[in-house]
Design a protein. Structure first.
Length: 337
């Protein structure tokens, strides 16, 4: 047995560091390694004992401040945001940064890229022990506004759950293709756990097994969304909605099929912001062979980012399933002003 163990070839594990050195440009690889470092530090903060205290009940998690959008800020939002600012500033590659907690663009001292991020997607469900995430979009150049999601050089999201995962979509210098890889944090090392993540065409032709209907309150005055939700129930599909965009979209990518849907209605608009959440997540989903849709029926990657406050209806996942959501997604844009 000892001889067999010695003769068995050792499986070569790819790491994020390998890919940063071999797949992406040196400057982009440097930025993505900084994002991974920030995610590792955020994972440690989230696993501190104080991280389990109910935000609404604990002074440790409540602050007297709100962000520029009027959202109450908890200490976990601010602590994770500070980690991202520090890590990305240290790269020397970024001209400008903007976060959901500090949305006014700030100089970061570099010139090649600019970045926008949501440091803690789903902070309201941290106390329940649900998975939460971080989202980062990276653009070439020195300006964020006036750009489209399709202009991104790379985008990534982290999932903080039973394990800490990082999903990266970036253009490879070897063939120019945007590929999506998944990494898991083990100690100090990010090991690649899935290569070329794809939403499979075979599954796309069938009804999705899993659906994530966000903003369900919009059903009250968005009848097509109400019909869509009931049709999913009639098909006995499994609803997996956690209250956070990142783990719900990650579930779709992990299973290879499904849809995350967040329409608007006249009384209940979507809260998702194009710059910090929708554009980066759509970049990843479309790079994996899926589709995205905004409230006009167009790809989220084509919507121009005019302000950090810009919100949008969001649908992303398997292309056939996204198309099935079109009537619900476009209802609010057709409603009388």
């Amino acid at each position: 047995m000892a001889q067999l163990e010695r003769d068995e070839p050792t499986r070569q594990l790819r790491t994020l560091a390998n890919d940063a050195a071999e797949l992406w440009s040196p400057s982009l690889g440097h930025v993505l390694l900084a994002v991974a470092s920030a995610v590792r530090d955020c994972a440690c903060v989230l696993r501190e004992p104080s991280g389990a205290i109910l935000p609404s009940a604990s002074p440790l998690h409540r602050t007297p401040s709100t962000n520029a959008f009027g959202d109450t800020q908890h200490s976990l939002d601010l602590r994770t945001d500070a980690i991202f600012w520090e890590a990305l500033r240290a790269t020397g590659q970024l001209a400008q940064g903007s976060s959901e907690e500090a949305s006014e663009p700030q100089s970061l001292g570099g010139s090649e890229y600019c970045a926008a991020w949501d440091p803690l997607d789903g902070s309201s469900v941290v106390d329940a022990g649900f998975a939460v995430g971080s989202i980062v979009g990276i653009w070439h150049g020195a300006e964020l506004l006036g750009r489209c999601g399709a202009d991104q050089a790379a985008a990534c999201y982290a999932v903080y759950g039973p394990r800490t995962s990082l999903v990266v979509a970036a253009r490879c210098i070897t063939d120019g293709a945007v590929r999506v890889h998944e990494y898991a944090l083990g100690g100090e090392c990010w090991q690649r756990t899935r290569t070329d993540v794809r939403l499979t065409g075979e599954a796309d032709a069938l009804p999705p097994r899993f659906v994530a209907p966000s903003n369900a309150r919009a059903c009250a005055d968005n009848p097509p969304y109400k019909r869509l939700l009931h049709s999913w129930l009639d098909q006995r599909l499994t609803i997996r909605y956690s209250g956070a965009c990142v783990p719900d979209v990650h579930h779709v990518l992990t299973k290879g099929s499904g849809v995350f849907c967040c329409p608007s209605s006249p009384s209940t608009p979507s809260k998702l912001r194009l710059l910090f959440e929708a554009a980066p997540m759509a970049f990843i989903v479309e790079a994996a062979g899926g589709a995205s849709m905004d409230g006009t029926g167009s790809s989220l990657l084509l919507q121009k980012i005019m302000s950090a406050e810009q919100r949008t209806a969001v649908c992303m996942g398997s292309s056939t399933q996204v198309e099935a959501c079109r009537e619900a997604m476009c209802f609010d844009s057709q409603a009388p002003a």
